[in-house]
Design a protein around this ligand. Structure first.
Ligand code: ADP
Ligand code: MG
Length: 249
């Protein structure tokens, strides 16, 4: 479903991705953990071509692109395969919650308004925001806004969801509802997810596999529980020990 081979990305003299290789199966959920500044966001952004990689091969849902030989059409095709959810929900501030669900369908998908409305309402039902359909984003809590952002990605029905620290801009008491929604989505839809997160407990609960990233490479990867409880590499052990100390676990 997602295959990445020899992916590299630099910003000037800074080598951020240094040969990333991975295969993620359809419907699989992968959590990416690691120190900040290691290239986790850059990795996700390269998968969506929000950032142009320097070289490598990226294959999403059967569409394969060799970065060094790709044309504009390839980039558009690959972008259509995934949606990205950021730390800060990116809702249209001057549109209602329902319009935020329906506009991408009406504009990007050219869907008739009525049909889009029906899908939008179904999604709002699923994410528990049906009663907020007519509200504007500023009238929602941070957690509700983030849920609406995820709802919009659900409306587009892309098979791959890339989530970059979806809860780190939220107060701890609000992050639970967002994590719950992501978990529900993971259980009920056939969506492949790559989630950059600092929430180890959540990663353990939801992810099939965890990638530990440092210095622009995947240092270690394995089944979630195994990687967290019995890491093989010294570096991974150190990171997890540090994390547990900081969070008093
Ligand atoms: P992470 O998500 O793991 O914290 P990032 O992928 O955001 O790490 O960043 C990796 C490194 O690349 C950092 O040193 C960051 O400063 C740098 N970086 C990220 N984006 C850019 C950019 N657009 N221009 C220059 N440097 C960048
Ligand atoms: Mg980041």
């Amino acid at each position: 479903m997602i295959t990445v081979k020899e992916l590299y990305k630099s910003f000037g003299v800074l080598n951020v991705l240094n040969n990333i290789n991975c295969t993620i199966k359809k419907g699989e959920i992968v959590a990416v953990i690691g120190p900040s500044g290691t290239g986790k966001s850059t990795f996700l952004r390269c998968l969506n071509f929000l950032e142009m990689p320097d070289r490598g091969i990226i294959s999403l849902d059967g569409y394969t692109v060799d970065v060094e030989h790709c044309i504009k059409k390839d980039i558009y095709e690959l972008r259509e395969k995934s949606t990205m959810i950021f730390q800060n929900h990116s809702l249209f501030a001057n549109k209602t919650v329902l319009e935020n669900m329906t506009l991408p369908l009406i504009i990007a998908r050219k869907m008739p308004k009525k049909e889009a409305q029906q899908i939008g309402e179904e999604i709002l039902e699923k994410i528990g925001l049906y009663d907020k359909a007519k509200c504007y984003p500023s009238e929602l809590s941070g957690g509700q806004q983030q849920r609406a952002g995820i709802g919009r990605a659900m409306a587009l029905d892309r098979k791959i969801m890339l989530l970059d620290e979806p809860t780190s801009a939220l107060d701890p008491e609000l992050s639970g509802e967002v994590l719950e929604l992501i978990r529900k989505l993971a259980n009920t839809h056939d969506t492949t997810m790559v989630i950059v997160t600092h929430e180890m407990a959540f990663a353990e609960r939801i992810a099939d596999r965890i990638f530990y990233m440092n210095h622009g490479v995947i240092v270690e990867e394995g089944p979630a529980r195994q990687l967290l409880s019995n890491p093989q590499k010294e570096e991974t052990k150190k990171f997890l020990e540090y994390y547990r100390k900081v969070h008093r676990l």
